[in-house]
Every structure is written in C-alpha cells, then in structure tokens.
Design a protein around this ligand. Structure first.
Ligand code: GLC
Ligand code: CA
Length: 532
C-alpha cells in the first residue's frame, strides 16, 4: 500500500518513455505516429510497463524535436490528430495503463501565436507573456535575442534561440522591465498553463512529465522559492479538478520539486555537458557516447569504482524526501546516451537489476529493453549529440527493422544498419535475451511489495574499496523485506547476510552467485535478489 501522495497506481508503476517520431510508423511517411503507439500498447504492457511518457507530440516547427511548441492544444499532424490521441488514452486505460504527456511550460516556439502577438509594437494581451527588455539594444545576464522583432526590445531565451522564455516573473528584480511573480502578466501565464493541463486532462490524459520544471521564475536563486510557489499554485488549481493527475518533473532536486507539488522527480546524473561531483551511476564519459575505454560509470566492469560516491549524492536526497514523493531512475532518455554499446550486455543486465529494484518509479526508454545502441549520426531537429539516442525502434528483421514501410532515405532517422542490431522479434524468441531479462525483473518487481516505489531502502554493504552494493527493500507496511546485491566488478566479493535473510534463496540472478552459511558471494558482474 502506498503511503505517499499521488494515486495508488504509482506504487507499482513502471513507465515506458516513447519518442513518438521513432516508435512505429503506420502510414508509411517515415515518421512514427500515435496510431503506431496504440498498435504497440500490448507489447509495452507485455514487457511489464503500465504507463507511458510520450515526448511532446504537439504542433511545432520542430527546431527542438517538438520542445518548441506552437500550439499546446493540437497534436502535430505528422503524429495524427487530437482524436487519435484521445483514442490512445482510451486504449491505454482499457489495458489498465496510464499516459503522461510532456508539458513544456517554460517556453514556446518563436512561432507560437502568443509570441507573434508579443513581438508586435502595438500593446495587446500577449505583450508581457514573454520577457522583454526595454530596448533593442539592452541585453541581460541571460541568453537573449535582439533585432528579430519590430518591437523595440530584446527577449530572453529559455533554451535554444527558437524558445523564448514565458514570463512567470522575477524573484528578485534589478531592471525596471522585470515583473514580479504577482504581476498580472505572470499570473496570466500561470493561468494559461493551467488551461493547457486542463485541456488534455479533460480528454483523458493522466498527467504530465514537465520539461525544465525548475526554470519558470527568473533570478530565483538556488533554492527556487518562487518557482516552487508558482507550481504549488498551478498544480493546486489542476488537482482541485483532477485529484488523480500525476506529475513528474525534470528538476533533479526532489527536496524542491516534491515541495512544489510534483509526485515524482528524476534522478538525472549524466547530462552531456557535465556530471555533478564528477560522478555517474550509468553510462557517461568525457570523450563521447561511444567511447568504451574511458567509461567510468559504476556499471562498467573495467572503468567503474565503488558505489559510495553515488550513495553519498543520492542517499541524503532520498532520506530527506522519501516520505514526500518518488525519486525515479531512468535507463536513459531522449537527452542522454544509451547504455549500449559502451556497456556490454552483461553490464547492462546488472545495471538494470539495480535500476529496477531501487525506490521510485522506474522509467525505461524505448529500445533499451533490447539493447538498442547509441548511434554516431548527424543531428536532427536540434538533437546534436542527443540524436544518436533517438533512432527508430527495431521491431524485427524486415524492411527498416519493422519501423516503417517508407523508403529508407525518407525515414525520420536511419535505422541501425548493423546486421546484428538487436530487434524485438528475435529477442522474443530467445529465452536468454535482454528483453526477457527486463521482463523477468519487472515481473519480480510487480510481485513483491518490497520492490514497490515506496518500499524503504537500507544499505547493507557498500565498501569504499570494492564494487559491491547490497541493499534491503522493505514494504511500507513492514510486511515483506528483500535483499538485493550486485557486483559490477571483475573480482569476487562477498558480505554477511543480515540474520533474517540468512535463510533466504535467490529469486532472480545473473552471473555466479552463492548464498549459504550466512554469506552471499557474488562473482564478477553479477546480480541477485534474495528472498524467502
Ligand atoms: C528538456 C528536454 C529537452 C529539450 C529541453 C528544452 O531538457 O528534455 O529535450 O531540448 O528541455 O525544452
Ligand atoms: Ca507516420
């Protein structure tokens, strides 16, 4: 039983992230679409995922793959229609699944009608919807653009040039064009975003993954008090009508995001351009996403080290927020390098073992279940280095790997040309495949309350001078407790089992694991869940 805020289904939920343009193309135009997602709901469900996060699927000029929205209330024609999306909600619900859309509240496309109006010389309803300075020659200490509008001002960006920042106000102000968070303009922006959420929730959507959720209020310092207040107001308004709506933030600081009213936040430690504290859990290195040799992530057999630096970073955040919401692990996402090929099949099995048995709701990025590889390809729609993690899903050994019937040159992105590239059909037929490993882990997770998102985590062993990590998960009602252990390294490592786990047996394992005589011994690159 959940003891956390949010609907009960979050307790044993597992999310599947779908990058819609690359999942399944049903009309042969070379680009994935919503009917394609509907077509594969049973596949996703069969894998053990019961919820979806779909990257932005709204009308857009696609200069940042749809994170530059030009109409929040309209599905981009290349993906289908609003009716298709509503059908997706219904089809998902009929299978006991839930669907989160991607809300981009901090900025719009420069082609959004709000921005076009805002750019005009004549004052109008949208004049202050974005952040403008007082003169075309006045900049600020944030990225800004001048010379693009008749309006005699520059405007502040939130991300790329195509993404002007919406005006949620400034927490502290040092220029007269900066408005307060209580200004009518900032209030109107918040109301407009609440309307967007209402629009989709009233049509059957279950909630939102929120893009750059910590970016709304400017000059808000490290603690983000005004951004937190803005979210409390907006989420409060939405929840008064849709109490079961679910929100997960791209924020990465759960002490703030959960306070702001989100149900979940992501543990994000492996961005392209810097790793907090120089450490990473998953697959990250300094020389690019394909470089195996220099990968120093924890799951790398040769390059990794102790799990301690990760725990030093994660545990205080987990402890401080575990009664407030869920801090979630991802296998990767559309912004980060896939684990393959830098981590081997075996390293990834051990890694998934941990990711899918830790607290929080896990998010599996499409294709990671078959070990789709990061590809070294040229940029598409503002992807740059991220593009290599966004290639078409590999369904089978047929034309375009079963993704599309289009001519290969008309595909959104090229499919992996390697004749040995993994695909779903092959892995479904192979009982030893990565796909089946993921299924086994997710099945185990669903069966055991001790592996639910709210079940407590206690560290059992995490030696500074070894690679071992052993932990206990205990169900919220104290009814069940399981022990999980992994050794991503190359030498055997062991630890004494806690007294109450001494009689346990392996429920699921990879590699050479021996349990007996009150001790667990883990061979190289191994993983085990011990229970009764
Ligand atoms: C988030 C998205 C990323 C996008 C950016 C700007 O980080 O995940 O894909 O480019 O925000 O919206
Ligand atoms: Ca299509």
């Amino acid at each position: 039983m959940a003891n956390l805020p949010g609907p009960e289904w979050l307790d044993d939920a597992v999310f599947y992230e779908i990058y819609p343009q690359s999942f399944l193309d049903t009309n042969g135009d070379g680009i994935g679409d919503i009917p394609g997602i509907i077509d594969r709901l049973d596949y996703v469900r069969g894998l053990g995922c019961d919820a979806l996060w779909i990257n932005p699927c709204f009308d857009s000029p696609f200069k940042d793959a749809g994170y530059d929205v030009s109409d929040y209330m309209k599905v981009a024609p290349r993906y289908g229609t609003n009716a298709d999306l509503e059908r997706l909600f219904r089809e998902a619900h009929s299978r006991g699944m839930h669907v989160l859309l991607d809300l981009v509240p901090g900025h719009t496309s420069e082609e959004h009608p709000w921005f076009r109006e805002s750019s005009r010389v004549e004052r109008n309803e949208y004049t202050d919807r974005y952040i403008w300075t007082d003169s075309a020659f006045e900049g600020y200490s944030m990225p800004f653009i001048g010379g693009e509008s008749e309006r005699d001002a520059t405007y502040i960006l939130n991300f790329f040039k195509c993404q002007p920042a919406l005006n949620y106000g400034f927490a502290t102000r040092d220029r007269k064009w900066q408005m307060s968070t209580d200004s009518p303009a900032a209030r109107a922006t918040r109301r407009a975003m609440v309307d967007v959420m209402r629009f989709w929730l009233s049509r059957g959507c279950d909630g939102f993954r929120v893009d750059m959720a910590n970016s709304l209020v400017k000059n808000d310092g490290d603690d983000k008090p005004e951004t937190i207040r803005a979210w409390q107001e907006m989420l409060g308004a939405v929840r008064s009508e849709y109490p079961d709506a679910v929100f997960v933030s791209e924020w990465g600081t759960p002490a703030q995001s959960l306070e702001a009213g989100f149900d979940m936040d992501f543990y994000l430690d492996w961005r392209w351009n810097g790793v907090p504290n120089g450490y990473n859990l998953l697959a990250r290195n300094v020389d690019g996403a394909l470089n195996v040799r220099d990968d120093h992530s924890y799951f790398s057999a040769h390059g990794g080290g102790s799990v301690r630096p990760f725990l030093d970073q994660y545990l205080p955040q987990y402890e401080a927020t575990r009664s407030k919401g869920r801090f979630c692990f991802i296998t990767c996402n559309h912004d980060t390098p896939r684990m393959a090929p830098r981590l081997t099949d075996r390293e990834r099995r051990v890694g998934y073992g941990m990711l899918f048995t830790m607290p929080g709701v896990p998010f599996l990025y499409y294709g990671d279940e078959i070990g789709m590889r990061y590809r070294d390809i040229s940029t598409k729609e503002g992807g740059y280095a991220r593009t290599g993690s966004r290639t078409p899903m590999q369904w089978d050994g047929g034309r375009n790997d079963g993704f599309s019937t289009a001519d290969p040159e008309n595909l959104y992105l090229p499919v992996d040309p390697d004749p040995h590239a993994p695909n779903v059909a092959e892995q479904q037929d192979d009982s030893d495949s990565m796909l089946h490993w993921v299924e086994s882990l997710l099945r185990l997770r669903r069966r055991h309350p001790a592996l639910s998102s709210s079940a407590r985590l206690d560290v059992v062993a995490a030696p500074e001078d070894g690679r071992l990590f052993a932990y206990r998960r205990t169900a919220a009602d104290e009814g069940e407790s399981l022990l999980v252990a992994l050794n991503p390294g190359l030498s055997e490592e062991g630890f004494d089992l806690p007294a109450d786990a001494a009689a346990g047996r392996s429920l699921l394992s990879v590699g050479d694991v021996r349990i007996g005589g009150g001790r667990a011994v883990l061979g190289p690159r191994s993983f085990v869940v011990v229970g009764k």
